[in-house]
Design a protein around this ligand. Structure first.
Ligand SMILES: C[S@@+](CC[C@H](N)C(=O)[O-])C[C@H]1O[C@@H](n2cnc3c(N)ncnc32)[C@H](O)[C@@H]1O
Length: 238
């Protein structure tokens, strides 16, 4: 498994160098925000996708690109594809809540876009990972349809606007596209009103001093063989 030091080292020769932020995430050297997921969350996402054989991923909130990288590395093993989606508003406003009343959508010149494009090439993920630009909720449906046609999503990651209204919008936006068997990961789940994430299962290994950070809403209804559920020896099994 690649480490965050490997990612930093790879980024140094690209357009957007990354560095550790003091809380243990990665960030771009030239921006205070956004922050990435943490290494234990990276590993948890990677392990979960492989254990469940997930193959059609969609993420709202590319940010630094690290959760998309974890999912893409796993999807390379499962034979899947990963789409990550962002409006790049956070790096422009440089604060994770500064933009809640705004709806700017930036473009491929965003530092985070260019950084992930480079890192994805370094790790050989060009055929697995697609970076899309747009704003949730309005950009989600056209993006998912354009990328997947009628195929449904079995992995969703939401790490965008950290407000109840934002999460509600993101959940509604992806709902029509969910496969019967699917997992919706929610990052920074402690930021939301508990009722909103009542169905979610939290990952104890990802617990932080200020809360429980990574959670998943899972639906695995059909027989294990139909979605390669291999939880028997899996440390994250419910
Ligand atoms: C905390 S970062 C995601 C970090 C990412 N998971 C990682 O590991 O690097 C949140 C991102 O969500 C994006 N975002 C926030 N609201 C959005 C919206 N409504 N639509 C699209 N992207 C949004 C921000 O621009 C920001 O880049």
């Amino acid at each position: 498994m690649i480490t965050y030091d490997d990612i930093i080292a790879a980024s140094l020769t690209g357009p957007t160098p990354y560095e550790w932020e003091p809380g243990g995430c990665l960030k771009m050297v030239n921006h205070y925000h956004p922050f990435s997921i943490k290494p234990i969350e990276f590993q948890t996402i990677y392990d979960y996708i492989i254990a469940h054989g997930l193959r059609r991923g969609f993420e709202i909130g590319t940010g630094v690109g690290i959760s998309a990288l974890a999912a893409s590395l796993a999807m390379r093993e499962t034979g899947g594809r990963m789409i990550t989606f962002d409006s790049y508003i956070e790096e422009s406003h440089n604060h994770y809540l500064a933009y809640t009343e705004l709806s700017d959508v930036y473009d491929k010149s965003a530092d985070a876009y260019r950084g992930l494009e480079y890192i994805s090439r370094v790790f050989g993920l060009e055929t697995v990972l697609s970076q899309q630009i747009g704003r949730s909720p309005e950009g989600v449906a056209p993006t998912v349809r354009a990328q997947y046609g009628v195929d449904k999503l079995d992995y969703v990651m939401i790490d965008a606007e950290h407000t109840d209204a934002g999460l509600t919008r993101d959940l509604e936006a992806v709902r029509p596209f969910l496969a019967e068997n699917h997992a919706i990961f929610i990052h920074d789940a402690h930021c939301f009103t508990p009722e909103l994430v009542a169905e979610a299962r939290w990952f104890p290994e990802c617990m932080l001093p200020h809360g429980w950070n990574l959670a998943v809403i899972e639906r695995f209804n059909s027989s294990p063989s139909s979605h390669q559920l291999s939880d028997v020896n899996h440390p994250h099994a419910a």
